[in-house]
Design a protein around this ligand. Structure first.
Ligand SMILES: Cc1cc2nc3c(=O)[nH]c(=O)nc-3n(C[C@H](O)[C@H](O)[C@H](O)COP(=O)(O)OP(=O)(O)OC[C@H]3O[C@@H](n4cnc5c(N)ncnc54)[C@H](O)[C@@H]3O)c2cc1C
Length: 313
């Protein structure tokens, strides 16, 4: 594979899909490089809340394929290949993956974030055998069973509510003094008789047998007391880590590894924008990353037209 485009978008989450769609609608030739099925984190979310126009929420497995079809309709080339390297070239930027190279004058980094791991014994061992990060995929298997959800933010609360629709009992474990995030989720958690909240606590170990998870150890942070709690599953939503290691210093990152951008989503490197969860000071919301994609595409389109890369002010 080797081809030249006006714009290459790296990452097929909602930020990347929106960027590719907008760039395509602006008449640019676009390649969208995605390491997996387009959709990113939203693909498996049963009810994406807070997207304007969807009063009852929308399923990721509906919204993402529709957006991909919109990209197809404007001629976006989808390349299912992870980007491993980016290097300056005569025609702008060369983006390389196991499948080969693509080049473009404009590049939009939309590689998103990965879910952080607890980093405790047993977590890796039981991944896919009770340890999960996808409630809509695995919760239907938990009828009459118990599940532990680690985390205290929007994602943890949202997924705990999905798990509670199926499981008999959900134990939500957070190291904080309370839940933080959307009030609606907090109220629904507090009013859900199936969900038990453990504040100022952390999961320290995952235990199991050949068939999968059987228990976790939960530590009370103040007292240090550890308790073994029987469970059939552990869902982990404790934070996000930017997917930026592959950039190898091509663009500056902030202390947490997010790509630094200005209000037009330009990096300090002419021709490279970043959009969505991978960029600094992002919204971490579906509506926000969609807007990011559109803005980054417009910024790159202006650059391709004018050849100038100015930061405002
Ligand atoms: C459990 C959960 C529930 C959520 N619920 C909601 C909700 O209800 N409402 C809401 O507004 N938001 C919600 N969010 C947040 C929302 O999912 C994110 O803000 C949004 O998906 C971020 O989009 P993104 O495109 O920036 O990144 P991602 O969705 O992370 O997509 C990035 C994509 O890039 C790919 N990629 C990474 N590295 C490379 C590479 N080197 N080469 C090629 N491709 C690469 C990844 O595989 C991925 O497909 C939720 C998040 C989670 C985790």
């Amino acid at each position: 594979m080797s081809a030249d485009y006006d714009v290459v978008v790296v990452g097929g989450g909602m930020a990347g899909l929106s960027a590719a769609l907008t760039a395509g609608r602006l008449g640019r030739s676009v390649a969208l490089l995605s390491s997996g099925v387009p959709g990113g984190q939203l693909l498996s979310i049963e009810h994406i809340d807070g997207v304007p126009g969807y009063a009852e929420g929308v399923a990721g497995y509906d919204l993402c394929p529709i957006t991909q079809e919109q990209c197809d309709a404007v001629g976006v080339t989808l390349i299912t290949d992870p980007c491993e390297r980016i290097a300056a070239s005569d025609s702008g930027w060369t983006v390389s993956g196991p499948g080969g190279d693509v080049t473009a004058r404009g590049l939009i980094i939309a590689s998103g974030t990965a879910l952080a791991k607890l980093g405790v014994p047993g977590e890796e061992e039981y991944e896919g055998r009770g340890v999960s990060d996808c409630a809509s995929c695995d919760a239907p298997l938990l009828r009459n069973k118990t599940a532990v959800v680690a985390g205290g933010g929007d994602s943890a609360m949202q997924e705990a509510l999905v798990v509670a629709d199926h499981a008999a009992k959900v134990i939500l474990v957070t190291n904080g003094d309370g839940l933080h995030g959307q009030a609606d989720y907090r109220e629904r958690i507090e009013g859900n008789g199936k969900i038990e909240l453990r504040l100022r606590s952390e999961v320290t170990e995952v235990l199991g047998e050949a068939s999968g998870v059987t228990a976790v150890k939960i530590r009370d942070i103040a007292s240090g007391t550890e308790e073994e709690v029987a469970t059939d599953a552990l869902f982990v939503f404790i934070g996000l880590v930017p997917n930026s290691a592959f950039l190898g210093g091509v663009v500056p990152l902030d202390a947490k590894g997010h790509v630094m951008v200005d209000p037009g989503l330009r990096t300090s490197v002419p021709g490279i924008c970043a959009a969505g969860n991978v960029r600094s000071a992002g919204s971490f919301r579906a509506a926000g990353v969609m807007g990011d994609g559109a803005l980054a595409a417009k910024t790159i389109d202006d650059y391709l037209t004018t050849g100038t890369w100015q930061t405002p002010g």
